[in-house]
Design a protein around this ligand. Structure first.
Ligand code: ADP
Ligand code: MG
Length: 179
């Protein structure tokens, strides 16, 4: 369970989030809808700790993230992230992008990480592009890689910030179904 209580975020004089309360149970899909500039990304960035909330609390399975009861690294294993603009590492191959996290966190050796990464690339139908650089792929293909990368640590949740808005309408359904 991700529990957000009385969350507030300000940037100087601009109060972007005020008294936000949301509970997200495992397996639940929650969509946050609002106009551009309404604070959707700020909320997601507070949830995955790219921003520090001004006030309020975020808990993961009863442990306070904002209160430091869970290490950032442990939290990141439980909560994957998919961005609007994919954010793949351009100098690495598709396979290297996907296998990076378990190698860096020493959860798996390179052989195991590679095996798991290839399995996930198969799931997102991108196994044949394993040795490509991201720049040689379409937006939809890059987002499929980003989804595989978000899944490799077996997260309980995936936080997605407008995961299809940079993509052609023709691939929206494909990516949403995959998610
Ligand atoms: P959305 O994702 O809903 O379009 P954002 O969360 O990106 O909205 O932005 C909400 C508001 O917060 C906007 O007015 C934006 O300019 C402001 N904002 C976002 N990030 C920062 C920042 N790092 N510093 C100052 N203002 C910011
Ligand atoms: Mg946004």
């Amino acid at each position: 369970m991700i529990k957000i209580s009385n969350l507030q975020k300000r940037f100087d004089d601009l109060e972007v989030l005020r008294d936000v309360n949301i509970d997200v149970a495992e397996g639940e899909v929650v969509c946050i809808i609002g106009p551009s500039g309404s604070g959707k990304s700020t909320l997601l960035r507070c949830i995955n700790q790219l921003e520090t909330p001004t006030a309020g609390e975020i808990q993961y399975d009863g442990k306070s993230i904002t209160g430091g009861e869970m290490k950032l690294r442990d939290f990141r294993e439980e909560v994957g992230m998919v961005f609007q603009r994919f954010n793949l590492f351009p100098m690495k191959t598709v396979l290297e992008n996907v296998m990076l996290a378990p190698v860096l966190t020493k959860k798996k050796n390179r052989t195991e990480a590679k095996e798991k990464a290839m399995e996930l690339l198969g799931k997102v139908n991108m196994a044949d592009k394993a040795n490509n650089r991201p720049s040689t792929l379409s937006g939809g293909q890059q987002q499929r890689i980003a989804i595989a990368r978000a899944l490799i640590l077996n997260p309980e949740y995936i936080v997605c910030d407008e995961p299809v808005s940079a993509l052609d309408v023709s691939v929206h359904a494909q990516i949403l179904n995959l998610l």
